[in-house]
Design a protein around this ligand. Sequence first.
Ligand code: FE2
Ligand code: FE2
Length: 230
Amino acid sequence: MATKATTPAKAPAKPAAKPRSKASPAKPTARRAAAKPATAPSVTAVRAVPVPATTSKAAPPSTIKTAATTLTPDPKAVAMLKEDHRAVAALFKEFKDATPARQLAIARETSAMLKVHTRIEEEIFYPEIKARIEDDMVNEAVVEHASAKDLILQIDAMTGKEELFTASVTVLSELIDHHVREEEAEMFRQAKASGTDLDALGERMEARKAELEADKAFLTTGWLTPPKPR
Ligand SMILES: [Fe+2]
Ligand SMILES: [Fe+2]
């Protein structure tokens, strides 16, 4: 005991702070840790990395531009068409696991929605942008509409009990999904860059949509007549 009391005599100068590091084997680490608090510089250095004065000057502009681009709302015409796309897609998704009765209801609902949607595009949206976007883009879209209409005609005549009923709706959903992807990835992008007043166009489309949705004759057989640009 007396011997130990003698040894500590060397440590008096510094020991006072180091004894706390019970883990003697890790002395080096403990010492560094004890030194850091006092040497605030090391902490400051770490924080300085993400806040480089140089970067802070360049980052803001690009960040703001990205945010602005992302948050810029679509003009009315594009927004309402996209809204239709989402609504139909949601119904087709529900169709997969729906009961037979619900599947038939979904088939009827998507049929009506697509009749109105394609008519608005063919009467108002497509004619307005056709000459201002890539050649044939509108023509290809109309041909795809025709394929969809053929299927819709067949599905409308079904009761839901036919062997091909589910397959017909599934193929229609796939066809529409492909068509929608092309419209949103290319056509709408080009339309927005064309200088067309898509907000004013959207007002006309919205009014026509309300008309068509309330027109039972259109939803029954009128949709089969060729659309006329308005
Ligand atoms: Fe569309
Ligand atoms: Fe379309």
